[in-house]
Design a binder for this molecule. Structure first.
Ligand SMILES: *[C@@H]1O[C@H](CO)[C@@H](O)[C@H](O)[C@H]1NC(C)=O
Ligand SMILES: *[C@@H]1O[C@H](CO)[C@@H](O)[C@H](O)[C@H]1NC(C)=O
Length: 369
């Protein structure tokens, strides 16, 4: 259970890739609270802090909503067929799990008194309506998991304490200006799987956010959105319909470590675009329509992983990856994938990879039609 929690935390910290071969960074599923059992590692710190309090027996008999399990300030009400948030949730609850139910709406007083709540999972319900004051009592809530519901917009008045928001697989088509305003602690937003186009983000939609991690994969984007937070370390835009990367597209995102653009329709990456992201460690461009290796890779000092497999690259030139000149420093590359391209690999000169000490880092493979 602990490894789960550890992964879960890492996912949102935008850690630098370890010097091991990185896997394609798909979303690794949602870390269900249920899988975490009693809350796993997430709760450890809180439990330590709370230990002094727990020496005093609670003055009242413990309460717990019918059918739920309440233990150590974790309230588990998943898979109960609930159609509304149950009443009688203990006021000291830290983690409330309501996933896999049939809740349709969050009402004004559903979370009344739950000021201690740290994490709330509403994953896989049928929620289409959230009262604008529903989250007001949740003054210390840091994690809100709202994936797989029927939301058409980002809920209003999210708690300012929020650090992580997951609203993957809803029906969001529009993010209004200021939708996240006042959320100065927010670090991570997962909002893939929504039918949103570029025009769905109003100017200023992300205003005020200092995000590290943003994922808008499996949406309907046709270009890299230009108005995302400039603090981003990780940006995942895989499985969209992006056609090209134009010169200015990445200008704002100079802190990026990881950029996911796999499974798009990219034919062209304008010369010079990558110079705007000099700190990039991982670049995923696999499963696109590129006919050449993008320009600028030799100048990217920290680049470790470049996925270019399953494109339309018919030619790889000697200076596509490595800096010019003899005696140049070895670079950090530990994963270059080129398989699934129509290039004849025997025609790729070995010197193309002269700056890479570990030959196993290069995956050429065979092209199959
Ligand atoms: C991009 O740069 C390469 C050399 O680095 C050059 O051959 C090519 O003509 C350039 N393409 C454009 C459209 O400027
Ligand atoms: C692949 O590239 C060639 C030119 O190198 C082009 O003629 C062809 O149309 C491209 N195929 C696709 C599917 O884009």
């Amino acid at each position: 259970m602990l490894p789960h929690s550890t992964l879960f935390i890492l996912l949102c910290v935008a850690h630098l890739p370890a010097p091991s071969p990185a896997l394609p960074f798909e979303q690794r599923g949602f870390w269900d609270f249920a899988l975490d059992g009693d809350g796993g590692g997430m709760m450890m710190r809180d439990e330590e802090e709370g230990s002094a309090i727990e020496e005093l027996p609670p003055p009242e008999l413990p309460i717990c909503p019918f059918g739920c399990q309440c233990e150590r300030r974790v309230v588990q009400c998943s898979d109960l067929g609930l159609t509304a948030v149950p009443k009688g949730i203990p006021a000291d609850t830290k983690l409330l799990d309501l996933q896999n139910n049939k809740i349709t709406e969050l009402k004004e007083n559903d979370f009344k008194g739950l000021t201690n709540l740290y994490a709330l999972s509403l994953v896989n319900n049928k929620i289409s309506k959230v009262h604008p004051r529903a989250f007001v009592p949740l003054r210390y809530m840091q994690k809100l998991y709202f994936s797989r519901n029927l939301l058409t917009e980002v809920p209003k008045n999210l708690p300012p304490s929020l650090v992580e928001l997951r609203i993957h697989e809803n029906r969001i088509k529009k993010v209004a200006e200021g939708a996240f305003s006042g959320l100065g602690s927010m670090n991570c937003i997962e909002m893939g799987g929504n039918p949103i186009q570029n025009s769905g983000f109003e100017p200023g939609a992300f205003k005020g956010l200092k995000l590290n991690y943003l994922r808008i994969s499996e949406a309907k984007l046709t270009g890299v959105p230009k108005d995302l937070p400039d603090s981003l370390h990780e940006l995942h835009l895989d499985h969209n319909q992006i056609q090209a990367i134009e010169l200015e597209d990445l200008k704002r995102y100079k802190h990026l470590y990881r950029l996911g653009l796999g499974f798009n329709h990219i034919r062209m990456i304008e010369n010079g675009s990558l110079a705007f992201v000099p700190n990039l460690r991982e670049l995923h461009l696999d499963n696109n329509r590129l006919s050449r290796v993008p320009r600028g890779l030799p100048d990217m000092k920290y680049l470790q992983v470049v996925y270019l497999h399953s494109n339309n690259i018919s030619q790889v030139s000697i200076n596509d990856f490595c800096p010019l000149g003899f005696g140049m420093k070895k670079t950090f590359y530990n994963g270059i994938s080129l398989f699934g391209n129509p290039v004849n690999y025997w025609e790729v000169q070995p010197a193309t990879f002269r700056c890479i000490s570990d030959r196993l880092a290069i995956q050429l493979g065979n092209y199959r039609k």
